[in-house]
Write a protein that binds this ligand. Structure first.
Ligand code: PEP
Length: 249
């Protein structure tokens, strides 16, 4: 069975209404591509971007949400509110939030549960720090994060996993191909234990961390890699499209 790759851009805290021209450029180029393509944008431009895209290929997503739908949570935004302005999926558990906002896997699970209950898929991120990698703890760390972040109702349609080694994010460093595939295999084995063989085979596991047009093809060639979560290189239409083109079989 041919794989349908899934490529998501994470714009982080970048982008204003002036960036709509870049998003429109990505949207136009996406029309020719076969993969599932997503841009997870700052909440402030989700509505405007959703109204501008016309390709029926690119979808707009968000980068985080509060675990509750509504309430006295000053400054927070819920999955329901993001869906209301056009978000079609939401990232949770990114290492920047786990580390700078102290988010635990339990909180990530609550957020992912609320996303799924809202009717959207959740992209759940896991990944080890450089220190954990050097002390041989990668498997233990990513398995514990995944086990504790995964909602009970997760399946291959409502959940996407992203393996993002913290030390590879925004650094230009990338694990070896063997290392990437090994971690993805480990995560898939865990998914087999907790979700069963069928879901574990089809649930998508993305790699993220310094994916660029010149390394995407070899990363996409790995058996257990179903796509990529792309940070810096998703901000420029040409780079994001060139990465997406590497997934064309
Ligand atoms: C990310 O932050 O999700 C990411 C993968 O960033 P970059 O591609 O810039 O390493």
């Amino acid at each position: 069975m041919d794989k349908k790759y899934f490529i998501a851009g994470n714009w982080k805290m970048n982008g204003t209404l002036a960036s709509l021209s870049e998003i429109i450029k990505i949207d136009k180029a996406c029309a020719q591509l076969d993969s599932d393509l997503v841009l997870c944008l700052p909440a402030t431009i989700i509505n405007a971007a959703s109204e501008k895209i016309t390709s029926n290929k690119l979808v707009i997503g968000a980068q985080d949400c509060h675990p509750k739908d509504t309430g006295a949570f000053t400054g927070d935004i819920s999955a329901m509110m993001l869906k209301n302005v056009g978000a079609k999926m939401i990232i949770v558990g990114h290492s920047e939030r786990r580390m700078s906002c102290g988010e635990t896997s339990l909180l990530v699970k609550e957020k992912a549960t609320s996303i799924i209950n809202t009717g959207l898929p959740a992209i759940i991120c896991v990944g080890e720090t450089e220190e954990q990698k050097l002390s041989g703890e990668t498997e233990k760390v990513v398995c514990s994060q995944l086990k504790n972040s995964l909602p009970n109702m997760s399946n291959d349609e409502n959940t996407i996993i992203a393996y993002e080694p913290v030390w590879a994010i925004g650094t230009g460093k990338v694990p070896s191909l063997d290392e990437i595939n090994h971690v993805h295999e480990t995560l898939r084995n865990l998914l087999r234990e907790v979700k069963g063989a069928s879901i574990s085979k089809t649930i998508r596991i993305l790699y993220g961390g310094s994916v660029k047009p010149d390394n995407a093809k070899e990363i996409f060639s790995l058996d257990d890699v179903d796509g990529a979560l792309v940070g810096g290189a998703s901000l420029k239409a040409d780079d994001f499209i060139n990465i997406a083109k590497q997934a064309q079989i």
